[in-house]
Design a protein around this ligand. Structure first.
Ligand code: SF4
Length: 370
């Protein structure tokens, strides 16, 4: 049986955040109920193909999956477990937002086998949360976090965001320290990207006065850079190690599901818009699977793998593609190494500190001409 990761998408939120371009929207109870029903149906459709796989991780993401009732979550997991063989020690994560979680829900998650929680916080400052359009305060996050600990969850991620409106270097350091003091096992720290189609895009890119608002409300480039360096410094001092460009964990608590994405483990996404990679075919729900050519597979291997601090394994590259990494990428690796952006340690090629700073540039150099 081949290892498989499952992703289940729940596209509902209480209200849309100002920066969000994920597939999510407010919904009625009826819409959620109808969605869960067709989701369970869809899961069961994979019964035949599922026989070739053992599920090593499940990630219920969104949206805000914790918006669903206990009964709905139980039904989804019943469908998963009757369709797929789920390994006993599989990592099973659910995303949740403060303000949507109760003790009853957490008990239900435990009963369903969920063993990892991912809580969206973003900032410990209420002013910043308000500017982001989040539905909760920091105090509500604290209640949720403590409730989760009381219910026995010992693998918790907290999502944080830098470069957000009204944030200063000091307030970002305060957020990092305050959250690290709570000692979650994992912290994701991304910086805000202003995406087209979001209220922030209108406010900071298009509407009249956007430039002045950017200057007045958003941290400038220097502050952003300082925040970026503070993240690593503060989290490492608090016992977290950076294992991916934006992800930090206590030893042994790296997110196995996400590592699978970066290592191109096969994954099946179920639910609206969910992406899959199975048998070197990629598709999103509702689309026709597209076979990846060998050069496309190599490119993915490189630029997904380079996101990990460990880097990409030359040995594994050879096992997969039956040719050496040097044969395909020798000149790029040499050039990037000369520039001080890549280094090779044992069998791993990885980004240097300077390489991480310009990772998009380095990764783009690994595109192959077909
Ligand atoms: S909670 Fe998450 S998914 Fe929902 S609107 Fe906010 S950022 Fe988007």
């Amino acid at each position: 049986m081949r290892p498989l990761e499952l992703y289940i998408h729940i596209p509902f939120c209480i209200k849309k955040c100002n920066y969000c371009d994920f597939l999510s929207a407010p919904s009625t109870w009826e819409e959620r109920e109808k969605y869960v029903e067709s989701l369970c149906h869809r899961i069961c459709e994979f019964a035949d193909r599922a026989k070739a796989y053992r599920v090593i991780s499940i990630f219920v993401g969104g949206g805000t999956p914790s918006i669903l009732t206990e009964e709905q979550i139980s039904r989804i997991f019943a469908a998963v477990r009757t369709t797929f063989y789920v390994e006993e020690n599989a990592e099973i994560t659910i995303e949740m937002n403060p303000g949507t979680v109760t003790e009853k829900k957490l008990k239900c998650y435990k009963a369903a086998g969920i063993n990892r929680l991912s809580i969206g916080l973003q900032s410990a400052e209420n002013k910043e949360l308000k500017a982001l359009g989040r539905i909760h305060t920091f105090e509500e996050f604290l209640d949720t976090f403590r409730m989760a600990r009381r219910e026995g969850f010992c693998n918790i991620n907290v999502d944080l965001m830098s470069a957000i409106p009204y944030q200063t270097e000091e307030s970002w350091m305060y957020t990092l320290r305050t959250v690290a003091e709570l000692s979650p096992e994992h912290i994701s720290a991304y910086s805000l990207i202003i995406e087209d189609g979001t209220p922030f895009y209108e406010r900071y890119r298009r509407e009249e006065g956007a430039k002045a608002r950017c200057q007045a409300e958003l941290p400038d480039e220097d502050a952003e850079r300082a925040m970026y360096y503070d993240t690593k410094k503060i989290l490492e001092a608090c016992g977290y190690h950076r294992y991916e460009i934006s992800n930090y964990a206590k030893p042994g608590y790296e997110c196995r599901h996400n590592l699978g994405y970066w290592e191109r483990t096969e994954y099946l996404g179920i639910g609206s818009g969910a992406a899959s990679l199975v048998d070197n075919h990629r598709w999103c729900e509702g689309e026709k699977p597209q076979k990846l050519s060998v050069p496309e597979q190599m490119e993915e291997y490189m630029f997904l793998g380079l996101r990990k601090m460990q880097g990409v394994s030359e040995r594994r590259f050879y096992e997969i593609f039956q040719c050496s990494m040097k044969e395909v990428y020798g000149p790029v690796i040499d050039e990037m190494t000369k520039k001080g952006l890549l280094e090779t340690r044992n069998e791993f090629v990885r980004l240097t500190e300077r390489g991480i700073d310009v990772s998009n540039y380095v990764m783009s150099e690994f595109l192959l001409d077909e």
